[in-house]
Design a protein around this ligand. Sequence first.
Ligand code: XMP
Length: 326
Amino acid sequence: DWQMGSYIDEAVARIREQVGDEEVILGLSGGVDSSVAAALIHRAIGDQLTCVFVDHGLLRLNEGDMVMDMFVGRLHAKVIRVDASEVFLGKLAGVTDPERKRKIIGAEFVEVFQAEASKLKNAKWLAQGTIYPDVVESGGTKTKKATTIKSHHNVGGLPETLGLKLLEPLRELFKDEVRALGVALGLPADMVYRHPFPGPGLGVRILGEVKKDFADLLRRADAIFIEELRNTIDPATGKSWYALTSQAFAVFLPVKSVGVMGDGRTYDYVVALRAVQTSDFMTADWAELPYSLLKKTSGRIINEVRGINRVTYDVSSKPPATIEWE
Ligand code: XMP
């Protein structure tokens, strides 16, 4: 709309004034904030922006390709895609503790990003998709959470290490404003209204040791669940169950159970489906999805994903359970 149009003009002018003819690096994760920041900065300075997209191998199905199609294919932005999946899997081999996995993934992420960023010798700026609630949280203006239950990974401290100036064009915006800006900049609504996805990705949705085979099975099961959520419309509201839930995903359980297929016996892995409704992610209710949706999803996963023969639905609220299983 008109207001958003003039907001974009002002934001673009501000970025141009700040950056001048210098070059900017941005870590693109595929998440809403970094994507909108990239689209806005690209609108302002075009090829003076280079995005670095680190694929840790723990992304969702086709996510890496979708990010590239969007930013390179449609926006014609410069994006360096780093396929670091083998490095990450190597570091995670034999590691089962959730917090250790988070620390390894977070540290490796910084390592890989830094290595890539330091090759871009002309860059003077590091852009980040920091939004207003992030600013408030780290500034201590808001009461800090009593306990940190899970360490969330971020890239704090990176600009200093790299000797770069910090560019944060979304610092004054709330999440809904960031989304509206993203749509106005031409990002697909599907991308902008996505459920949140944790930085460590599937690394905390594969319980215990992370293995490539497990990640491949989980990606396919998760994609089926998300597709069914998107395609099932609730008649009462006219909205999809994807829109009616705050976060939904599949979790890989490294346990085997017996099943039958044709006249044979199977002995395969289990996935749990998780879907929650929440306004702040601090507390959450498990979503009362229609049985028909669960039935179709489970049937499809078991038929289409060889290696999984049992699907369960998580009926635990937070607290005492957390949203993620690790
Ligand atoms: P929990 O599982 O603590 O999740 O109820 C609350 C929200 O935080 C997300 N989450 C993370 N996000 N790095 C992230 O960037 C993490 O390590 C992490 N752990 C949990 C989770 O997906 C949910 O939205």
